[in-house]
Design a protein around this ligand. Structure first.
Ligand SMILES: Nc1nc2c(ncn2[C@@H]2O[C@H](COP(=O)(O)OP(=O)(O)OP(=O)(O)O)[C@@H](O)[C@H]2O)c(=O)[nH]1
Ligand SMILES: [Mg+2]
Length: 390
């Protein structure tokens, strides 16, 4: 098999790649004797681009190197998963039942299942943070084919943010290379990748899959040289082609900072390049994304502090107004003639005295889901040995 050949040469290349580009754990606390953190790979891509098959390949590649990954399947609608998932959403949420229970169509069912799973993702984080011997090096997450369900939903955001706030995280955007020979399909894919980059705000790696069917060099050329892309559109004067031409100029800068690799999930070609690019992405995460994330977090805290201060100022103003009006009323009680005028003055300027009763909202537990991650849903990576690559 082509993969076994790649893997015979693999370990030395892989080690070399990792020496060239140290992973965040090796750079940081690893040196101080702390445990290196695993790199999270979020595998996202259009339906049928080969995400699940690629994960199966990554799984077998890492197993032959005795570095088993931790795999999480987030696709509730998949019927067969060809790898051994450590955590499978299907063990926690039954997608068909969710559809029935909430009267939803297939996409609504997938979306709601992911949302239900996201409410328990803290348990997944707990498992990932557990110390292991040997330590985990890679966590791989498979996502639903309905790309927007993960990239534009609350669950996708929660899962991505939770993972990225604890581990170096890289998005592997899988492209169906044979379909991209059409310049306009290529452009749609690039726009999708661009929107994921801006939404996730994480290092993004373009993975041109199915290279056994069509080589990906044409795509690299289009990315490096927009004139080559324009030439591919030939004399097409339709509105879509003209728009694609303009977009290729706009995306030129986007392409400059992207890493891309060509792989084949079927033959195993390009696995070493893939992991080198992931290691580079992880070090990019440390250099650029962690400071950005810290800045965003600080901005959020500052905003919240300002909001609280405004509310406290308002409250103390209200309290002052109340005590003035009460002071006026008690003086008026001591001098009955002035009472009526004090009360009417205070109401005239302030309206009725504010009530101090606190209204507590949202305490109703009715809507809470009770989906628990069952023990069976979590198979520890120790069991992975049984699933060595053939
Ligand atoms: N020739 C070839 N076929 C591939 C490759 N990767 C995936 N496929 C095929 O592409 C089809 C879709 O693969 P999947 O892995 O199910 O794709 P997916 O992106 O997970 O699909 P969804 O989860 O439904 O979005 C399958 O028939 C695979 O055998 C590859 O590298 N080369
Ligand atoms: Mg899949």
């Amino acid at each position: 098999m082509a993969d076994s050949k790649a893997e015979q040469a693999g370990p030395s290349n892989q080690q070399k790649g990792q020496q060239d580009v140290p992973t965040p754990g090796q750079q940081g606390d690893g040196a101080a004797g702390g445990e290196a953190k695993p790199t999270v790979i979020l595998v996202i891509g259009m339906a049928g681009s080969g995400k699940t098959t690629l994960i199966q390949r990554l799984h077998s590649h890492l197993h032959t190197q005795r570095r088993p990954p931790y795999i999480i399947n987030m696709d509730p609608a998949v019927t067969h998963v060809p790898y051994n998932a450590n955590i499978d959403i299907r063990d926690t949420v039954i997608y068909k039942q969710v559809m029935k229970q909430y009267n939803l169509g297939p996409n609504g069912g997938i979306l709601t299942s992911c949302n239900l799973f996201a409410t328990r993702f803290d348990q997944v984080m707990h498992l990932l943070e557990k110390k292991r011997d040997p330590p985990l090096q890679h966590v791989i997450l498979d996502t639903p084919g309905q790309i927007e369900i993960f990239t534009w939903s609350a669950s996708g955001q929660i899962v991505t943010e939770l993972l990225a706030s604890s581990f170096p995280t890289v998005v592997a955007y899988v492209v169906d290379t044979p379909r991209c020979v059409n310049p306009q399909t290529f452009m749609s894919n690039m726009l999708q990748a661009c929107s994921i980059l801006y939404k996730a705000k994480l290092p993004l790696l373009l993975v041109f899959n199915k290279c056994d069917v069509t080589r990906h060099e044409f795509a690299l050329e289009w990315m490096a040289d927009f004139e080559a892309y324009h030439a591919a559109l030939d004399r097409d004067t339709t509105y879509a082609a003209t728009l694609s031409r303009s977009l290729s100029l706009v995306l030129d800068e986007f392409y400059q900072n992207l890493q891309s690799v060509g792989v084949s999930a079927v033959t195993g070609e390009g696995m070493d390049d893939f992991f080198q690019a992931v290691a580079k992405g992880a070090s990019e995460y440390e250099q650029f994304y962690v400071p950005e994330m810290e800045a965003r977090r600080k901005e959020k805290v500052d905003l919240e502090a300002r909001r609280r201060k405004r509310e406290m100022d308002k409250l103390s103003k209200d309290m002052q107004a109340t005590s003035i009006s009460q002071g006026g009323a008690s003086r008026a009680a001591a001098s009955p003639g002035a009472a009526a005028s004090a009360a009417s003055t205070s109401r005239g300027s302030q309206g009725p005295a504010p009530q101090t009763q606190v209204m507590v909202q949202g305490e109703d537990d009715e809507g809470e889901c009770d989906y628990e991650l069952s023990d069976e849903s979590v198979e520890e990576s120790e069991n992975d040995e049984d699933h060595e690559a053939k």
